[in-house]
Design a protein around this ligand. Structure first.
Ligand SMILES: C[S@@+](CC[C@H](N)C(=O)[O-])C[C@H]1O[C@@H](n2cnc3c(N)ncnc32)[C@H](O)[C@@H]1O
Length: 249
């Protein structure tokens, strides 16, 4: 599996189900992949994993690599757009890597997660959230993830640098059932920086776009936002009362 991951990272390309080649984008980078892999590898009790957002399959490959040869391992992927937007490349990569311990649910997380919870509450060992990055979607994904995780399990979230994701996690991370297990900090990938700048350019009136070239902007946008990935461990059941509210929010 490592050879497939390295091949994709080296070529920055994937092949879809249609046979077409696609430029890699939106994927976790090798450092983030290793961060994810290490959490799974370091705890042999992690067997049932769930992922929101597969895209070209890089995070799925890293998780499945760490689960390899673990008895009872099963990785569940939620991605409604795997075929329509990603040409099935994520699933194709897993099949090519010989992974036969995954299932893919072609549904929006906001539909699939509450349904999964009906039967699987407290039965997952790790949930990785990397789907639709709005504040409300991230909150929903993490809310259901918390219910799906057993005490001792892990919630890992990508793209903490994005303001809505960051805001959602400032709230979720204060649930008394969580402790911060690990964080990955450091410079964001140039691709994500470019995406943020493009999104900002689109939101600004044409005459103000020149301000995006201001030398301080890089620092103001990214300077103090160094946490890229966050892993929380659920250390107890979530027993918050109806009137719970975090002290800092
Ligand atoms: C940033 S990409 C995921 C990248 C992937 N984890 C990786 O590292 O290779 C976001 C993914 O979320 C999926 N997505 C978007 N909206 C979603 C939703 N409502 N529910 C589940 N997945 C969603 C997209 O189809 C896309 O695959």
């Amino acid at each position: 599996m490592q050879a497939i991951i390295e091949g994709i990272q080296a070529s920055q390309q994937v092949t879809g189900r249609s046979g077409a080649a696609h430029r890699l984008h939106s994927a976790i980078d090798p450092e983030e992949g290793l961060f994810l892999e290490r959490i799974v590898s370091s705890d042999p009790s992690v067997k049932r994993t769930l992922e929101v957002g597969c895209a070209y399959g890089l995070s799925s490959l890293h998780i499945c690599k760490a689960l390899q040869r673990r008895p009872g391992a099963k990785h569940t992927i939620l991605d409604p757009f795997q075929n329509s937007q990603w040409d099935g490349a994520g699933i194709r990569n897993l099949e090519e890597a010989g992974v036969d311990y995954f299932e893919w649910i072609e549904e929006l997380s906001e539909i699939a997660l509450p349904r999964l919870m009906e039967e699987q509450e407290g039965r997952y060992d790790l949930v990785f959230v990397d789907g639709w990055h709005t504040l409300d979607h991230t909150l929903l994904d993490c809310f259901y993830a918390t219910r799906l995780l057993r005490p001792g399990g892990y919630l890992v979230v990508d793209d903490i640098v994005l303001p809505p994701v960051r805001k959602a996690l400032q709230y979720i991370a204060q649930y008394p059932c969580y402790r911060t297990f690990s964080t990955l900090s450091g410079k964001q990938s140039p691709t994500l920086r470019l995406r943020l700048l493009r999104a900002l350019a689109g939101a600004l009136p044409a005459q103000s776009r020149g301000s995006l070239l201001h030398p301080d902007l890089e620092h103001r946008l990214f300077g103090d936002r160094t946490v890229r990935m966050l892993a929380l461990q659920k250390v107890s059941a979530d027993t918050r009362n109806w009137d719970w509210y975090p002290s800092r929010f």
